[in-house]
Design a protein around this ligand. Structure first.
Ligand code: F0G
Length: 354
């Protein structure tokens, strides 16, 4: 039995659950056609939450773009649905990426969805537990490199030059195409937006937002933030041994270095460093004051806003790139301990009421 649909795919892919997947939602602005073999997990259309406490602190209207609400818990899904769709279109049988964790989790999920083999190369011991669990659960081949992200990326680039495996890092233009849709969403929801605060690692996301904003005809100032121990775009020098608690942005030689600097200059923005301590402060404050749990790297955007201020911007969006549950270990190290309690009322009363 066959059913025909007026413009392509079945309704489950088109918004049976309230919103369409990202490619269908923005089909007219992406390099795909409705009858392409679109791979989706209904990514995109993430919540934009007004941040009351933060707004008061910095004297601007601050909004949080909760990218951790994407299907695998990070913004990577926006680019990955496009990169994997293109891989399927081109007849690839396998995808690969180097990753600090989130790209790996996303690539593994979309590869599983598309029936492709997936391999991910991650820095040994330097990826958050949740991300590792995701990549493994989705059936990717997980390779723990005795080296850092920058070395892993160099190696997968060499490998994919030699073998017919689709490279799904953000050097892949389809990743950028997908990720720019977050810029479209912000413009649709906010209309006026004066500044964007965003964490920067490999610099694909800031590149994508700038593309999206330009296509939408707006030009907010881009405030990019790197961790102080991994801030090559701030110093202008490649960092050989990047270090930070924000493992997702532990990157010393960003692939989209030049594009990020162009975005910065054109938007009259800046790129600054925040220390691990500042990142962790923002991480705890977001959870405690705004009820939003993001991962440490994501909190760099808010750490930067708290440190440097809104600089005259009235409407500010902070991109919270990944969910807090990705990295439970760091969360537990940052919090108080649980209260042990005997199973009787007086003990419970004492524990609850203090
Ligand atoms: N925030 C999170 C949670 C990330 O995972 C990343 C990058 C970034 C910010 C920075 O984005 O690289 O486009 O500047 N994670 C990559 C990965 C490197 O492998 O998951 P970027």
């Amino acid at each position: 039995m066959s059913t025909s649909y007026p413009s392509g795919p079945p309704c489950a892919q088109r918004g049976g659950h309230g919103h369409p997947g990202l490619i269908h939602r923005f089909l007219d602005r992406l390099p795909f056609e409705a009858d392409d073999p679109i791979v989706t997990l209904m990514e995109g259309s993430t919540p934009l939450v007004h941040a009351q406490w933060l707004s008061e602190r910095v004297g601007a209207q601050v909004y949080l773009k909760i990218e951790g609400a994407n299907p695998t818990g990070s913004f990577k899904d926006r680019g990955m649905c496009c990169a994997v769709t293109q891989a399927v279109k081109e007849g690839s049988e396998a995808v690969i990426c180097a990753s600090t964790g989130n790209t790996a989790a996303s690539a593994a999920a979309y590869a599983a969805r598309a029936g492709l083999r997936g391999a991910v190369i991650v820095p040994d011991g330097k990826i958050a537990t949740g991300k590792l669990a995701q990549a493994l659960m989705h059936g990717a081949r997980v390779i723990a490199l005795r080296g850092n992200f920058d070395e892993a990326l160099e190696l997968v680039r060499e490998l994919t030059d030699k073998h017919p495996i689709a490279l799904v890092n953000s050097v892949n233009p389809y990743r950028i195409a997908g990720q720019k849709t977050a810029g479209f969403e912000l413009v649709e929801e906010l209309g006026q937006i004066d500044a964007l605060c965003i964490p920067v690692g490999n610099a694909g996301n800031i590149t994508a937002y700038w593309e999206g904003f330009q296509e939408a005809g707006v030009a907010p100032r881009l405030f990019g933030f790197q961790a102080a121990g991994a801030a090559p775009l701030v110093s202008g020098l490649r960092v050989e041994k990047p270090e930070t608690v924000a493992s997702a942005i532990r990157i010393g030689n960003p692939a989209r270095w030049e594009e990020a600097m162009t975005a910065m200059t054109q938007s009259n923005g800046r790129i600054s460093a925040v220390t691990d301590e500042e990142i962790l402060d923002a991480y705890r404050l977001l959870a405690a004051m705004e009820g939003v749990f993001c991962e440490p790297a994501s909190a760099a955007s808010v750490a930067g806003l708290l440190k440097f201020g809104a600089d005259g911007a009235e409407t500010v969006a902070c991109v919270l790139t990944g969910h807090g549950l990705k990295d439970p270990q760091t969360a537990l190290e940052q919090t108080g301990s649980v209260l042990p309690c005997e199973p009787n009322l007086s003990a419970v009363e004492k524990a609850v009421l203090g």
